[in-house]
Design a protein around this ligand. Structure first.
Ligand code: ZN
Length: 313
């Protein structure tokens, strides 16, 4: 099948407190809150989208802050995205360490991988986050954010998938989804799609003895890959179904259209269209300012707003 996947689209995590999430990804990490909406599958929980100015595919990190709904803390392990990595400019890691430590965050150095230095920390929900330094990312950061332009996050770098037995996962990525292996170091394989710039890569760690992952607070729920339009998405869906994958119907996520399926290693994959994007219901300067609801939830706005925890940013 020809290569239809353009890049990563977004990464979505199950988080704990809503305000801590906004403080971390907005104020501390300097991402733009590009959409404040609700989980379309549970309108009592926020869905926050962070990214660069427009929230371009490949820069988007999204969270469902589930505090108060009895969701247990998840187990990190095999069959899961265990680390989310953001791309920052080369030479900026010292500034980042200082900034994070000043905010009380415990930061550790990551041994360089594939020639790139990185630091790691946990967010307030327990999610494992990395900042990977490199000089090959020309994406514009969010310029009005709280972080100096010279250090600001450019978008997602990639994700790490922990997989017990990754052969079939790698085959799916290379044979169907258009990825190529671009590096191997020990138990780790880096794959990339449509070039190998940050935002186009993911890494698989072969972890035969890892505990089995359980979704819950502080774990990543899924990774979404970007596809150009609805027509290509239907072609990809048909191909996945032909290969025996259980793929959902196309779901309208308001800002993109999505299909979901589980890859052989257990990780939930989504394939999301690039259009229409986050300006479909707000103008570019106003992204993220108001609570936006999809048309089918608007009649319930008053009740929904009453149940959501109040937040400021
Ligand atoms: Zn998603």
């Amino acid at each position: 099948m020809e290569n239809l996947i353009r890049s990563l689209h977004h990464v979505t995590a199950t988080a704990d407190g809503a305000q801590e999430d906004l403080d971390t990804y907005g104020s501390l990490l300097g991402l733009r809150l590009v959409k404040k909406t609700v989980n379309f599958d549970n309108h009592n929980v926020y869905h926050f989208y962070y990214g660069n100015e427009q929230g371009e595919p490949g820069t988007i990190w999204t969270t469902f802050p589930y505090r108060g709904w009895g969701v247990p803390v998840g187990v990190k392990g095999a069959g899961q995205i265990t680390v989310t990595s953001f791309s920052v400019p080369g030479g900026s890691l010292d500034a980042w360490k200082q900034r994070l430590r000043a905010a009380g965050v415990e930061v550790t150095d990551v041994p360089p991988r594939f020639g790139e230095e990185a630091i790691a920390f946990s967010d307030p929900s327990g999610l494992a986050i990395e900042l990977v330094a490199n000089d090959r990312d020309d994406r514009p950061p969010w310029r009005a954010g709280s972080v100096d332009h010279a250090a600001a996050i450019r978008g997602l770098h990639g994700v790490t998938l922990t997989i017990a037995s990754p052969a079939r996962t790698i085959a799916l990525l290379t044979d169907v989804l258009g990825f190529a292996i671009v590096g191997e170091e020990g138990a780790r394989t880096r794959l990339a799609v449509n070039g190998d710039a940050p935002g186009h890569t993911l890494e698989i760690v072969h972890a035969p003895d890892a505990p089995r992952a359980v979704n819950g607070l502080g774990t990543v729920h899924h990774v979404a890959l970007a596809i150009s339009d609805a027509e290509e998405q239907l072609r990809m869906r048909a191909e996945l179904i032909r290969l025996g994958y259980q793929v959902t119907e196309v779901r309208d996520r308001q800002y993109f259209r999505s299909i979901y399926f589980r890859e052989p290693g257990g990780v939930l994959f989504e394939i999301a269209t690039v259009p229409p994007g986050f300006t479909v219901d707000e103008t570019l300067p106003c992204l993220g300012q108001d609570l936006k609801l999809p048309p089918w939830e608007e009649p319930h706005r008053a009740a929904i707003q009453q149940r959501l925890p109040p937040v400021s940013r």
